[in-house]
Design a protein around this ligand. Structure first.
Ligand code: ASP
Length: 311
């Protein structure tokens, strides 16, 4: 019988991996376990500022969340993007998968669907997140009320550093050998209102197929979308590459795409799990990506290899 495995992005992925391992140990299917892991991070305000309630909001001070889920056995998937006031967007993404014929619902309409499904509307802000937004907002030089926030014209650069994004992406293999994935994030802090990154886009932030493998991405989502990142990693595994090789190749592709535009590669990371239970991860330069690996009842953090441009 295959042993249950979970991998999850970033040090807070430990929280996810522990919850997902527990769920797998109870005999839950891979997708349920991945969602349990993602939801544990949505619930833990102390471990992150970029997933779920209490995260850093967009330029207008609104916190909008993105999430998706995918079942490797059936290729069933669901996603929500730009959704406000819903504490567990990953659970809502699951409802989209289970209760609609669609894959992705966005914004107000996703919230309407959540209400229909019995999700409560809740207050997503914490005083710490609002304080940081007021202090570090890239445009908001005045005190609140003195002037409206600067125009959202996309012209000024959004300040993206290690503290201003990170997604939890959880990949699992259950005791039957099936794969599942879940991904949840608030995206980039101070993003333009309406901006959606890779995380809720099936094939970009997440992909899972029992016949090939599961993969997820984190980092600057625009670069992951540009190369259809998670789908690319999975297709490389389908072609015989190991999860590690596939993640390295995806990072090389991110580097090459930046080269074609004459810009520095953004910070991006990929992680992958194949049907045999092999895992791998890689990141672009200066990403300092760690991911949690859980198996045999234990969870450990592993440092991913950095792939510098030009290699
Ligand atoms: N990929 C996420 C986004 O672009 C952010 C992150 O994972 O760091 O929204």
């Amino acid at each position: 019988m295959p042993d249950p495995i979970v991998i999850a992005t970033w040090p807070f992925g430990k929280v996810a991996a522990e919850a997902a391992l527990k769920s797998l140990a109870n005999g839950d299917p891979a997708l349920d376990a991945a969602i349990a892991g993602a939801q544990a991070v949505e619930d833990d305000y102390s471990c992150r500022t970029s997933v779920g309630f209490g995260s850093l909001p967009d330029r207008l001070g609104r916190l909008t969340l993105d999430a998706c889920v995918m079942d490797g056995k059936t290729l069933a998937c669901g996603a929500v993007a730009g959704v406000e006031h819903i504490k567990h967007p990953v659970a809502l993404a699951r409802r989209v998968m289970d209760r609609t014929t669609h894959v992705l619902l966005v914004g107000e309409a996703a919230k309407w669907f959540a209400l229909q499904q019995g999700f409560p509307l809740e207050v997503p802000y914490t005083s710490d997140a609002i304080k940081e937004w007021l202090e570090k907002h890239p445009d908001l030089k005045q005190r609140p009320g003195a002037n409206p926030p600067a125009p959202c014209d996309g012209a000024s650069e959004i300040n993206i550093d290690a503290d201003h994004h990170d997604t939890v992406t959880v990949l699992t293999r259950d005791a039957k050998g099936s794969l599942g994935g879940a991904c949840t994030t608030s995206g980039l802090a101070y993003k333009l209102p309406g901006r959606v990154g890779d995380s809720p886009i099936i094939g970009a932030g997440l992909y899972a197929d029992d016949l090939a493998g599961a993969a997820g991405g984190t980092g600057v989502g625009e670069e992951i979308i540009r190369i259809a990142g998670s789908s690319y990693v999975v297709e490389l595994m389908r072609g015989g590459r190991s999860p590690q090789e596939a993640c390295v190749r995806a990072c090389e592709r991110v580097n090459a795409s930046a080269g074609r535009r004459g810009v520095h590669p953004a910070r991006v990371a990929f992680l992958a799990l194949d049907p045999k239970g092999n895992v791998g991860a890689a990141c672009t330069a200066k990403t300092n990506f760690q991911y949690a690996v859980g198996r045999g009842g234990k969870v450990e953090l592993v440092q991913a290899k950095e792939i510098a441009a030009g290699m």
